[in-house]
Design a protein around this ligand. Structure first.
Ligand SMILES: [Zn+2]
Length: 288
């Protein structure tokens, strides 16, 4: 946090320096946009082939083949979800929330991609529908589906309050991945990563730049839908924070399940889909 009373005096040209107009780090025109119309056509003919219900304060994983769609649906009540995705053939290729934030901004919606970690750095999934896209940014600077938070976890709880809570999203995702891929808990935990906070409404306070959350505007029936660019293992935790209006990392809040549905556009459409190529950087890092 920036100090309220700075230690150092402002220079004489402080106003001038502050008045410099910012430039967007990664202008969106440097990225090839997804073919949303083509994806919408494919989606129309897709049939539901699989689903999993994520129990409140718990996690679940499901496999989504490349070319299929998956939808995260709010059911029963307002609930946020912490999403991890992995290349199902290589769990070390996983969602890179920080780079996705740099490329698309703090909150994701239709047309944005979920990018993978180095050295592949390629789109793993493309958002194709978002029933909360009407929300935009509210008067507090808050918006929905952020890539600025990390995931609630037992280590931060231990650090800040000395308590051990086992149903944080980090632990829920760890147990779910261990079950799904038949891994030990410690092997699975090493693959759990920073999330896309599905349905969560967050921002930074304007005066102090602190991360805030507020009651999610999600209602049963709302959904966020994705096109799988590569073969994916999708992990989701129904956060113990519920709608995140008050607190997380405890059993105090009312929580609801979340549903993940998979839709298959058919064998021919999947065969016609080409997964994005991994980054072409040669990885010599200037040596040789
Ligand atoms: Zn959580």
């Amino acid at each position: 946090m920036k100090p309220k009373t700075p230690e150092f005096a402002a220079p004489s040209d402080a106003a001038e320096r502050r008045a410099v107009v910012p430039v967007v780090c990664y202008p969106p025109e440097t990225l090839t946009p997804p073919n949303l119309k083509g994806l919408a056509r494919l989606r129309q003919s897709a049939k539901k082939t699989d689903e999993v219900t994520v129990a409140p304060r718990d996690g679940a994983c499901i496999d989504v083949p490349a070319g299929c769609f998956f939808r995260i649906v709010s059911v029963e009540g307002a609930q946020v979800g912490d999403l991890n995705i992995w290349n199902s053939a290589d769990l070390t290729e996983r969602f890179y929330s920080g780079k996705t934030r740099a490329l698309h901004g703090t909150h994701l919606s239709t047309g944005d991609r979920m990018w993978s970690s180095f050295p592949t750095l390629r789109p793993m999934a493309t958002i194709t529908a978002d029933t909360l896209d009407w929300y935009g940014f509210d008067a507090f600077g808050g918006s929905v589906h952020d890539v600025i938070g990390t995931r609630c976890d037992p280590y931060t709880g231990q650090l800040l309050s000395g308590t051990s809570y086992h149903h944080c999203c980090h632990s829920n995702l760890t147990r779910a991945l261990a079950d799904h891929c038949n891994l030990t808990l410690s092997d699975a935990e090493a693959h759990v990563h920073d999330v896309l906070n599905v349905f969560m409404c967050t921002g930074f306070t304007r005066d102090t730049g602190q991360y805030f959350m507020k009651a999610s505007p999600v209602r049963p029936g709302d959904y966020l839908e994705f096109h799988a660019e590569i073969d994916l293992t999708v992990g989701l935790s129904a956060c113990p924070g519920g709608d995140c209006s008050q607190e997380h990392s405890s059993d105090a809040t009312t929580c609801y399940p979340l549903l993940i549905e998979v839709f298959d556009p058919g064998k021919a459409a999947r065969a016609a889909h080409s997964p994005p190529a991994p980054s072409s950087y040669d990885r010599t890092h200037g040596v040789g």
